[in-house]
Write a protein that binds this ligand. Structure first.
Ligand code: ADP
Ligand code: ASP
Ligand code: MG
Length: 456
């Protein structure tokens, strides 16, 4: 068995879904379980609709809902068999009636609670997985839909729920694996449900994670992430075009890249795969002939020092200084306790005795954090920063990398520098306005020659 996950752009239209059907049809002997994201930008659109409702613009919300329904209907109708058209109408009716009831409820209470965010945003995958199931039937495949909420069990942390692995794996073994022996199973990514049956989601971009959880649960031999690029590239193509495809990379390196902003893979994706040692492939649904990127357990030897450059914008730097804490212990503990209390993950930290700088990418509790920290230290906040992260197994133990990085960055103001304990990465913080030139010149420095074994 293999898991094949198709992202939003890969199922954004009738043409895209037909392409997916062709790709899956060609791999039936591997007994695929297909995981799909919401069609195109549906998740963003659903969230915008609910937000409008919460802000009292109910008629605007309903207008956008109607547009979204028409988008799904007009694409789906092109890839559904004549005899399945009634089923399509019925499923659209059911899902959009449920959505308009939610919109009415949100408008009434003027609040968009995390639980409601999940109920609303789950609709994208609930719809797309049903539509893709009909599309596969139209393409002649024997296909069955499984509601992910019946098998992917999570805790109740709405909008970023964590799977309860044992239960989830048991259900996947019992239901999904036997079905996949005979039929093409189609499931929605991103969504699950808590033990009492309430709909939850795994967090934005979470369909990759679903694919990997399902792969681990059914004991798949491979997890394929089909997207809109040829694989993992040597840099983020939206920041600097012209990066090269990485043919093979290790789980550890891929995880680091994902964590530091390479959106091509959700950061949690590698965890279940590593645990069960299942290779993950990143492939292009518009260019299925290309062999993509293979992510494997073993170290991937490479003559280039760096395998890829990731970056993350929207970073806030918090600078904390307290002379009172000179030679005293417990300063870091007190600082981190505050971030912990306000449930704010810290990404990067640099410290020198009484001064600590750290970065966060979620500043929803920043004011509270600042107030609390101000009781023990002077606090300064800088917004609109970016983290750039050069990743590669060779970062560990190759002398002179720091010098090459700083030579490449001459003229750019580097605000923080860090090399984590994994020693797989060298990361630094700059002003977001300098991101493009910084990534471009690092890319020029480290990828002017390529190890043909690793890059294409
Ligand atoms: P999907 O909808 O298929 O999940 P995403 O938009 O989440 O697709 O992820 C694919 C995108 O990730 C690419 O279009 C690309 O812009 C971006 N990306 C960022 N960093 C990288 C990288 N190092 N390699 C490839 N793609 C990257
Ligand atoms: N549809 C969800 C999102 O847009 C999950 C995903 O696409 O991975 O975040
Ligand atoms: Mg994605």
């Amino acid at each position: 068995m293999i898991v094949m996950k198709f992202g939003g752009t890969s199922v954004e239209s009738a043409t895209a879904i037909a392409r997916v059907a062709t790709i899956v049809s060609a791999r039936l002997d591997r007994r695929p379980v297909v995981v799909v994201s919401a069609m195109g930008k549906t998740t963003n659109r659903l969230l915008a609709i609910a937000k409008a409702a919460a802000e009292g613009q109910q008629s605007e919300a309903l207008r956008q809902l109607e547009e979204l329904r028409e988008y799904h209907r007009s694409e789906a109708v092109q890839i559904v068999r004549e005899e399945d058209k009634a089923e399509l109408d019925q499923l659209l009716d059911e899902h959009f009636t449920e959505l308009s009831q939610m919109v009415a409820e949100i408008a009434q209470v003027e609040e968009f609670s995390p639980r409601m965010v999940d109920a609303v945003s789950s609709m994208g995958e609930r719809l797309s997985s049903r539509i893709v199931t009909l599309g596969f039937r139209h393409a002649g495949m024997d296909t069955v839909h499984v509601d992910s909420r019946a098998v992917l069990v999570t805790d109740t942390r709405h909008t970023h729920a964590a799977p309860i692995f044992q239960r989830t794996y048991a259900r996947m073994r019992e239901t999904v694996a036997p079905l996949a022996e005979k039929q093409v199973v189609v499931m929605g990514g991103f969504i699950g449900s808590s033990q009492d049956g309430t709909t939850t989601t795994l967090g934005r971009g979470g369909s990759d994670y679903s694919a990997s959880i399902i792969g681990a649960g059914i004991g798949a031999e491979e997890i394929q992430i089909w997207t809109d690029v040829d694989g993992m590239l040597t840099c983020d193509p939206r920041i600097v075009p012209g990066g090269y495809r990485i043919k093979t990379i290790s789980f550890a390196e891929a995880a680091e890249l994902a964590y530091f902003g390479a959106k091509v893979l959700h950061p949690a994706t590698v965890l279940p795969a590593v645990e069960k040692n299942i290779p993950v492939l990143v492939l292009n649904s518009r260019n299925p002939e290309v062999s993509g990127t293979r992510i494997v357990k073993e170290t991937v030897h490479c003559r280039n020092v760096i395998k890829s450059i990731a970056c993350k914008t929207g970073i806030t730097v918090v600078k904390i200084q307290s002379l009172r804490m000179l030679m005293a212990h417990g300063f870091l503990h007190r600082i981190f306790e505050v971030f912990d209390r306000f449930q704010t993950p810290v990404d990067m930290v640099t410290t020198s005795e009484v001064s600590v700088s750290l970065t966060i990418d979620n500043d929803s509790n920043l004011d509270d954090i600042k107030d609390e920290l101000s009781r023990i230290a002077e606090v300064e906040v800088e917004t609109n920063r970016a983290i750039v992260c050069a990743v590669g197994d060779n970062v560990r133990g190759t002398p002179g990398i720091g010098a090459r990085i700083f030579r490449a960055l001459s003229g750019i103001n580097v605000l923080m520098i860090s090399q984590g304990a994994s020693q797989l990465n060298f990361s630094f913080v700059i002003d977001a306005t300098e991101l493009r030139p910084a990534v471009q010149s690092l890319h020029d420095e480290f990828f002017s020659t390529l190890d043909p074994e690793v890059f294409a």
